[in-house]
Design a binder for this molecule. Sequence first.
Ligand code: SF4
Length: 56
Amino acid sequence: MNCNCTPNKSIKCDVTNCAHHCGTEDYCSLSCVHIGTHEANPTLDQCTDCKSFKKR
Ligand code: SF4
């Protein structure tokens, strides 16, 4: 995986398909992420999205 990735220990993430994911460590490398929703009235965790996601 990408070795120059600096994991942000404040942003835990399991989305290994994202270009910002740290690969061997389950953290995001960004200093800040944008979380949003695709629902009008979100009620479950799956209603939320990481809008900073970028395909690896
Ligand atoms: S941008 Fe979002 S989906 Fe991608 S690694 Fe960071 S927190 Fe995970």
